[in-house]
Design a protein around this ligand. Sequence first.
Ligand code: ZN
Length: 330
Amino acid sequence: MTEFDRRALSLPASAAPALMVVIDTEEEFDWAGPFGRVGHSVDALDDLGRAQDLFEQFGIVPVYAVDYPVADHPDRAAALRGWIAGGRAVLAAQLHGWVTPPFDEPLSRRNSYQGNLPPALERAKLAALTARVTDSFGVRPVIHKAGRYGIGPSTPGIIDDLGFEIDLSICPSFDGRRDGGPDHTRYSADPFRFGPGGRLLELPSTAGYCGMLAPVGNPLHGLVASPPLERARLKAAFSRLGLLERIRLSPEGHSLADLKRLTRKLLADGTRVLTFSFHSPSLRPGCTPYVKTKDDLTKLLGTCRAYFEFFKEEVGGRFSTPFQVRDEFD
Ligand SMILES: [Zn+2]
């Protein structure tokens, strides 16, 4: 398990909560199928405007974490390039290793987590990604998000070398170990400095536990790590009873009520920096498990809108970007 040495950062309790919006901007692929090098499309890029329009109504400058297939289709990404050039959006790079050259690793679920790749290959793929993104967007990305959020032991050194300054890969309370992925259960929602010379800034995605058992949420999930059926039953039972549920600050698979509950809990715990995120293919019905129909899409966008209203009006929060948040810490 990768647990980085880190220096915690926090805004004063009196600070208005800051919300960043991050869109994992990637190809459409079969979420249930095995990982493939081919057979994906980037058609949903045409639908990014649905989200961008909504963000702009709130004065939100979103982060688009683009991966190789997106950067490889500059024609389809023209609108996005314009928003970035105009300061209406922020560019980040995300590594989907299975569709990023060089193609030297066997395809597997385990290898879909970036940090499981041999360090030299992780470096080569990140270098290829950085070059392709820079070429397509005319800006060198300095914000990084690991593929399937699998930041590994070699990742900080590599991304620091490649000129990245901010990382978005930590997903608090996420435990992907059963799938060969990382264990982020020991991280909180709060930003920190880490990596070579403490130069990298981590801005975790926002996720956490809610419910009566939330204070012991992490150890409990560790305890029920096996066997799988028991674990699934326990999780479902806890969640049904409102005792313990893991929520990601995302409209994918979560209701507005869930998102409000998580937000109130984190704010009460002192968190002042939050990240709202989803995947770009969710903007086109049928491309992710979260949005299968047009109604699902309407619902997803409605949840986004209602959450942003809640964050602004009820929480008294403000919308921010990774760069603005960084400036507050410096
Ligand atoms: Zn992704």
